[in-house]
Structure formats: structure tokens, C-alpha cells
Design a protein around this ligand. Sequence first.
Ligand code: SF4
Length: 412
Amino acid sequence: MIFDRVLLKFFITGIINTIAGLTIMFLLYNVAGFGYWFSSAANETLAGIIGFLINKHWTFKVKRWSLFIIAGYFTMIAISYFISYKLALTALSAILVNKSNVIRDNAALFTGLLLFSMINYFGQRFIVFRKRDEQIIFAPILNHRERENGFLVYPVYSRRSGGLSVGINLFLDKKNCPFNCPYCEVFPFSSNAEFSLEQMESDLRSAVERARKKNEPVKDICFSGNGEPTLSPAFGDALKLAGTVREQIATSAELVVITNGAGLLQPQVFSLLAQVAVSPSLNIWLKLDAGTLGWYQKMNRSSIPFEKLIAKIKEFATCAPFTIQTMLCAIDGERPPDDEARAWETLVCELAEIAASGKGGIRKVQIYGKARSAPEDPKASALPETYLEERASSLRRAFAEKDIKTPVEVYL
Ligand code: SF4
């Protein structure tokens, strides 16, 4: 979208740096006695620096320092400057042929300024800062790395979504999670990038629009990213905004929150999730990797007490529907022990029964295997497909005995 708040901010920035540069330029030429080229160059240099800083931090909210943005911004200014002022001087020299050099130069300076503003605006808006949108790529399933590159929105093909999933990453600067799963695929990184709702809306709309142009149906808009999304202070507002964007331009997409359940320990997050979970267009995918303390300590390595977390998940099951997601992988080459497999199955059945008797309901159980690389490889490794299918079949039988209709699906 061309006419948006970013454009307005760009123009306000342009006014600020134009006033600053203009003042310097005419003072240098008319008062300090400097020549045409020095005065105009001083104007554009000063205006360029002011404009870059305001545009970077305010208009486009780009916190990281990228060589492309810095070089691109000033290269665009240089190109715009030489084209504009050369054109202006040539044109005004021909038009004001009988006027004094002072009149001709002042007129050329003013005309050059107008031309420069126009050319530079289009260049910055549609080339230099547009570059960020263009970098939102449609990543293959094996590449979720864009979220570590400071990307707030990262479309990926997701096996569990069954197509294109537009991910939202609330942690752009570093991983933020109270779990430490050995299979976690977030590689160590740090950056100065900061989350902003404005950037999120802009990137989300851009990703959905680009998907539409490619005739790619967006299966879901998914809160995931570099950690536990519900622990971000921006989570509530971001969820509401994503819901609005979904209603406007992606009505067939589901809104998904992938969570490890840590947020449920915070009353405000618990009530927010319970409130939004009843919406048919929103689905919470809640992690449940273990049925025993021992396996929880291997799979999730969290300081959150296992019993406390499970008690909260049970409480949540009484009041809100959700999907259970379970990673099955080997740790240090060993598959989950048999007592763990039995305990997990019992726990899932218990949750399904609690949910069915309350206002909740388990929508689905997703069993998925390790398919992507992780920084701790080979500590966690993929298990054979047959093992995952056996666990799923066992759970389906247990559900059938209890007349639980929840589907159980395996994703490899
Ligand atoms: S809960 Fe998710 S983000 Fe956190 S460590 Fe585990 S896999 Fe990584």
C-alpha cells in the first residue's frame, strides 16, 4: 500500500530535514559566501544524515545496522543530488540567460531542491527501504532461519499447517524462552532489531498480499518465532492486530498460537488465551512433550516445575479448546522409555476427558518428528516413522476405548 502511515512519516521526515538543509544551504551561499556546489552539497549532506536517522528509526523502524541500507540510502541521495542539481542548473541557465549569476543560481538551487526531493523520495521509498519487504521470502520447510535474521514475519511451508504458514516472530533481538529443548531449532543470534506493531502490520499485509499474487493460499498466521510468544509484552496487542489483518485480507487463514504453556502461569495470559481460544478462527497449539518428570527434564529442560505446568494445562483444558503438539525424538540416541510413553498417553487421555467435560475440548493431537536441524545436533535425533505411527495408533485405541473423538495426526 503506497498511501499509508509510513508514507506520511516519510514526508514529515522530508519536511524536517528539508527545513534544516534549506536553512544551511541559503545561509552558506548568501551569508557565509560559499559557492553554489559547496552550499548545495552541504544542504544535501546534512539533510541526508538527519533524514537517514529519522527514517531508519522512526519511519521504517529499522533498528539493525545494515550495510545495504546505509550504502543504499546515501547512494540514492548522491544519485538524486547530481541528477537534480545538474538538471536544474542546465535548465535555469538556459531560461534565465539575461539574469545575474546570483539570481540564476538561487533559482537553480530552489529548483534542484524540488527535483531532488521527488527523485530521492521515490528512490528511498521504492528501492532502498522497499528492499526489506522484498526480503520476506517464501522459505522452504527446511529453512526457518529468517526469524533469526531480524525478520518479524517469515512465511514458510509448514507440514503441520499443510501449506503456507505466515509466522510472526515477537523476539527479534534474541531467543526468549523458559524452555531449553535440545531439539529447538533456534540458532544462537543477537541483533539490535526491535519488535513494533507497525512493522508487524506492514510486513504481515505484505506477506499475505504477495501470497495472493502467487495464488498461494495462506493456511495460517502463526505466532511462534524465537521463543515463547505469550511471554512477550506485545503479545496481546499483536494477537489483536493479527486478528484484524486476518479478518480484512486473509479470512480463510487460521490464527495459530504455538505455546509451551509457560504463559498459562501468568493470570493475565491465561485469561487472554482462554478468552480468544473459543474463537473458531483461532487455534492454540500447546506443547506437551512429556508425561513424566524424567522425560520433561530431558526434552524441555525448563526450570518451571513439571507438576505446576501440568496442573495449569489441566485447568486451561476445563475452559478453552486447544491442540496438543508433541515432539517425539531421541535424546542422546535413546527413545522415550516405555513408562514415559504410557504416562504421556494417560495424560493426554485425561486432558481430553477434562476438556470434554468442561468448556474446552482437545481439537487435535499432533505428533511430529524432528525434521529440521538444531544447534545442539546430534543430541536430539529423529526417530523412525514406524515409532511415531505406533504411538499415534496406541493413542487412537485409548481414545476409542474412552469414546474420545479427537483426531491424532503424525507429521514427519
Ligand atoms: S519451547 Fe520452543 S522455542 Fe522454547 S526451547 Fe523449546 S522448541 Fe525452542
